[in-house]
Ligand binder design. Structure first.
Ligand code: GLU
Length: 507
């Protein structure tokens, strides 16, 4: 097989939705698996939809995800430039070649004339009027006007576009790697504009020309581009490149959690989860949309979750590192059906990754949060906190939120637990138990537990009589990791201080 070259070709029209990241990921996995190259090409030919900051956002997002490109606007490469607006001068030649070979034509119609044509057609009972092999005859173009008139208009500097001359009644077929044969009759396709009056090609022409010039072997992109594929096939044919045409693979949509339609930003807002990899600030409104990075996800967990939205390994294994994904991924195992987004599963992935990390690694992240809070603690202590909390956390931030008591004595006590568990005789029991704790010389979890149980026996009371009150004293809450571990980590002095404070403060 000739060398594998794929591209991710986003348009900088806003932040990159997770669907876009998934497309980039599958391209990346496919390229790496086949020892090929992946290219990042920015498709910015539609200047009216250009959004400031979007290009930078896309690069930062993919970088965070660990999706690296062999050729791009940043790293360059032998097939550049990699931004279509920087390739502007290149496309007209191909558009003109199509006109010369009678596969495309100049069209001078003003927007008023186009509206009029559509209105008239609608009145005549055509529900979705198109500029096509029938209507073009009555429009202002180089097929309906005389050669003289066309030349006159061009010399005069009239605005014109170039449209593809869609053939009448021809089956256009493509063999999609995921969907198999797809066939569309050209009667259902219109004479799409391929070159605009502003001197820029449209997406279709630029995309095909660049895929050809950049020697792209496989076009792996979202299902929303499937309707454009037959037009692209015709462009390859008319430009004489059919034998160089890449293979196509159209990826299934990412659906809303209930499966009803495509996942949108609004679903994320409504259901409370991010749909963007990193936070996005709308440059016009200043509105902030949350990102997975800022919500505390590990990029590896995010990528692992995304990999399963449309693909599966055919085994029960769910946790895959990037190298394992590269090894296992194949387009054959990408399904046709839309993939439902599952936010609980997304959280689950993060939890699995958190648990798999060493306490030392987690402590580095927790230290960042502590620093923001102005708390200084040595790494060994913080790592032990992580060790105790990691089974109970989904995000590093959970360890701070739920484990504040490791770093500062509680200044309030959970009222429900107080009401239920703090009885009249509790202060006395706690005081006596505290006196026993004072006698422990090696303040280890085991020794504390031993002393605790011994005290229960002496008093002939059950756990429930003392443990919740002990916990309240140390943590201010009714639940958490092993209390003996907590006490041992806090140390004797702090444990005793907290018990005394609780006796004083809880009434
Ligand atoms: N520029 C298109 C987009 O924004 C690329 C589609 C394709 O990959 O051909 O998604």
């Amino acid at each position: 097989m000739s060398s594998i070259r794929v591209r991710f070709a986003p348009s900088p029209t806003g932040p990159l939705h997770i669907g876009g990241v998934r497309t980039a990921l599958y391209n990346y996995l496919f390229a790496k698996k086949h020892k090929g190259k992946i290219i990042l090409r920015v498709e910015d030919t539609d200047q009216s939809r250009f959004v400031k900051g979007a290009e930078d956002y896309i690069i930062k997002s993919l970088n965070w995800c660990g999706i690296n490109f062999d050729e791009s606007i940043v790293s360059g490469g032998n097939f550049g430039p990699y931004r279509q607006s920087d390739r502007k001068s290149l496309y007209l030649e191909y558009a003109n070649q199509l006109v010369k070979n009678n596969f495309a034509y100049y069209a001078f119609d003003t927007s008023e004339e186009l509206i009029e044509m559509r209105d008239n057609m609608k009145k005549a009972g055509v529900p979705s009027p198109q500029y096509n092999s029938i209507t073009r005859k009555n429009m202002q173009n180089s097929l309906s006007l005389s050669e003289d008139e066309v030349n006159k208009r061009i010399t005069k500097g009239d605005d014109y576009v170039i449209r593809i001359k869609m053939p009448r009644n021809e089956e256009v077929k493509i063999n999609d790697l995921i969907r198999g044969w797809v066939s569309v009759n050209s009667n259902n396709m219109d004479d799409k504009v391929i070159f605009k009056s502003d001197g820029m090609p449209t997406y279709h022409l630029a995309n095909v020309v660049d895929d050809y010039l950049m020697k792209i072997s496989h076009v792996i992109r979202g299902e929303e581009w499937l309707p454009s594929a037959p037009l692209h096939v015709l462009l390859y044919r008319y430009l004489g490149w059919e034998d160089k045409m890449p293979e196509f693979a159209h990826l299934p949509l990412i659906l809303k959690p209930d499966g009803n339609g495509k996942l949108s930003k609004r679903d994320g807002d409504r259901l409370g989860f991010p749909v963007f990899p990193i936070e996005w600030k709308n440059p016009e409104t200043g509105d902030i949309s949350s990102g997975y990075r800022e919500s505390g996800y590990f990029p590896s967990a995010f990528i692992n979750m995304l990999s399963f939205l449309g693909w599966n390994p055919g085994t029960t294994q769910e946790i895959f590192s990037m190298p394992e994904l590269i090894d296992t991924f194949s387009l054959e195992r990408v399904g046709k059906a839309g993939a439902k987004f599952d936010f609980d599963k997304t959280r689950w992935f993060n939890q699995q990754y958190l648990r798999a990390k060493s306490s030392e690694e987690l402590s580095e992240k927790l230290q960042e949060i502590l620093k923001e809070q102005g708390i200084v603690k040595d790494n060994k202590f913080v790592a032990q906190v992580c060790e105790q909390l990691k089974e109970r956390a989904t995000f590093v931030n959970d360890m701070w939120r739920e484990g504040k008591y490791y770093f500062e004595a509680p200044n309030e006590y959970d009222s429900k637990t107080v009401r239920k568990k703090w009885k009249e005789d509790t202060p006395l029991l706690l005081m006596e138990f505290k006196n026993k704790l004072e006698l422990i010389s090696d303040f280890s979890s085991e020794n504390i537990e031993f002393s605790f149980k011994e005290y229960l026996q002496e008093k002939d009371i059950g756990m429930g009589k003392l443990l919740p009150a002990f916990r309240l004293s140390l943590t201010g809450v009714g639940m958490g990791p092993s209390l003996f571990d907590i006490a041992a980590l806090l140390g004797k002095k702090e444990t005793i201080f907290r018990i005394e404070s609780a006796i004083k403060n809880i009434i």
